[in-house]
Design a protein around this ligand. Structure first.
Ligand SMILES: [Fe+2]
Ligand SMILES: [Fe+2]
Length: 483
């Protein structure tokens, strides 16, 4: 066989048709899996759905010579090809991934000649809830008892076992930075940019956000000085998606918003580093060059748009993110037009991330809550009132990542805000300095906790403190969680 004849085959293995059929099969599998928990085996609905599952299997085996589903990293692979789930199917994918993990199943092989009955017996065994310490071994022996031979399992590799959501969120955060670096480099070399990867990253950001908003917001405390623009872009994207979610945007809109935010400063690739990193005030000429970045970014995005799916809003956001609510700012608008909603959202997140980051040219770094109060002073003129209020509510009075001094003398790191308005001053904090002033790896405490004897709150925030004054590195605490 020559190489030429081999090629179409390998291509087919990951072809879109197989992808679709394999995903259909998993969706059907999921439905049966769910129904089995509710109904007896002779139930009509169950039989109907099993039939559909079996039919999908027949279609799948027409298209694929073998049927292997493998759990690897955060993905499900079908015959070596990673299955790409749409946002709509994401909950199903996630459910299956977790259920497979709980059962320590790393590989599921289905022989094409499996019968409907054998398939159902197998799904039945697989679907049972497992609480023992050896779920995988239990399932394998039950499959043998049930005479299931054509559905085979392999155990999940130890390294694939349940990464914490924090760990995968942190990995995603750094992946996004790496990806953005690649995008900028490719852009400089005029190479094609893989926007699909960007889109996928933003989708994952959204998915993680649903699981653990606090932790992801905590990650935005990471401020990498060497790669300021990259880091900043990822932070703004994260904050924008979180804020957009609070504002009630749909999933699809959130992905567009996230993409637009991700690229808001793309034009800075053109700004000379001497200006970008200049300590102290810029001269008028330098400032003019700096203020070109919205235009330059919009131009780049227009070019990018020619060959890939990029929302028009990304161009708006690049162009408008320094325009204030009263339409001052830059670039100066010739016609007093309304600013795009996404631009207004990004403006708020951009400003917040920028002033909470230490920069050579900025005399003062604002703590997270100082930043919010400064922004509130300019509500209406600089920021859209509804958007800013929602942002402040989302961040809380002491945003995740703030350091607070407690009345016990301890220092706590805010790890989660209390969603009840009356407890806005009582977030959950991790104790990082004890009452003797020693750095400790303390517990996470809830500031709403009341001492039953004194009937008073155990701990109360005295004030927010600046991490720099205490020589504390806030991002480390979030990263340690992610290890
Ligand atoms: Fe900017
Ligand atoms: Fe920015």
């Amino acid at each position: 066989m020559t190489e030429e004849t081999l090629k179409p085959d390998t291509k087919q293995a990951s072809g879109p048709k197989q992808q679709k059929l394999a995903i259909n099969f998993l969706i059907r599998f999921y439905i049966v899996f769910k129904i089995l928990r509710l109904y007896a085996e002779n139930n009509e609905l169950l039989q109907e759905q099993t039939e559909l599952l079996y039919q999908t299997l027949q279609e799948l085996k027409e298209a694929a010579p073998e049927i292997n589903f493998k759990i690897k990293r955060e993905s499900i692979f079908f015959n070596q090809a990673r299955l790409k789930f749409s946002l709509a199917n994401y909950p199903i994918f996630k459910f299956l991934l977790e259920e497979f993990r709980k059962r320590e199943i790393g590989l599921l092989t289905i022989e094409p000649d499996v019968s409907r009955e054998e398939l159902l017996r197998a799904v039945n065994v697989l679907g049972l809830k497992r609480t023992s310490a050896t779920p995988f071994e239990d399932i394998v022996s039950e499959l043998v008892q049930q005479n299931v031979e054509r559905v085979r399992l392999e155990k999940l590799e130890a390294s694939e076992k349940l990464p914490s959501p924090e760990r995968s969120a942190a990995r995603l955060f750094f992946l996004s930075i790496l990806h953005l670096r690649e995008v900028s480099e490719r852009n400089k070399e005029n190479e094609q940019i893989r926007l699909n990867t960007t889109r996928r990253l933003i989708q994952s950001i959204f998915n993680h956000l649903v699981d653990n908003e606090s932790f992801l917001l905590g990650l935005t405390t990471i401020k990498n000085h060497d790669e300021y623009t990259l880091n900043h872009s990822v932070n703004v994207s994260l904050l924008a998606v979180a804020l957009g979610r609070r504002l009630g945007l749909s999933r699809a809109e959130l992905v567009d918003l996230g993409l637009a935010a991700f690229f808001h400063d793309l034009g800075k690739i053109e700004t000379p580093l001497e200006i970008l990193n200049k300590p102290g005030q810029l001269t008028d000429d330098e400032r003019k060059i700096m203020e070109l970045h919205p235009h330059q970014g919009a131009e780049k995005l227009v070019q990018l748009r020619q060959f890939r799916r990029l929302p028009v809003s990304a161009i708006h956001v690049a162009m408008e993110h320094h325009i204030k609510e009263d339409l001052t700012g830059y670039p100066r608008l010739k016609i007093k037009n309304d600013v795009n909603l996404y631009s207004r959202i990004v403006k708020v997140c951009d400003f917040f991330d920028a002033i909470t980051t230490k920069r050579v040219y900025r005399k003062k770094t604002f703590t997270r809550s100082e930043a919010l109060s400064l922004m509130l002073e300019n509500i209406g003129s600089e920021f859209n009132p509804v958007i800013l209020k929602t942002f402040v509510q989302m961040m809380g009075i002491f945003p995740v990542g703030s350091l607070v001094l407690l009345n016990t003398g301890e220092v706590g790191l805010v790890v989660e805000n209390n969603q009840e308005t009356r407890f806005l001053l009582r977030p959950r904090v991790k104790i990082i300095v004890d009452s003797q002033g020693q750095k400790v790896d303390g517990e996470v405490v809830d500031l709403t906790e009341v001492d039953p004897q004194t009937r008073k709150y155990r701990r109360t925030i005295v004030k927010e403190i600046n991490p720099e004054d205490y020589g504390l590195e806030v991002p480390d605490y979030f990263l340690v969680q992610a290890m």
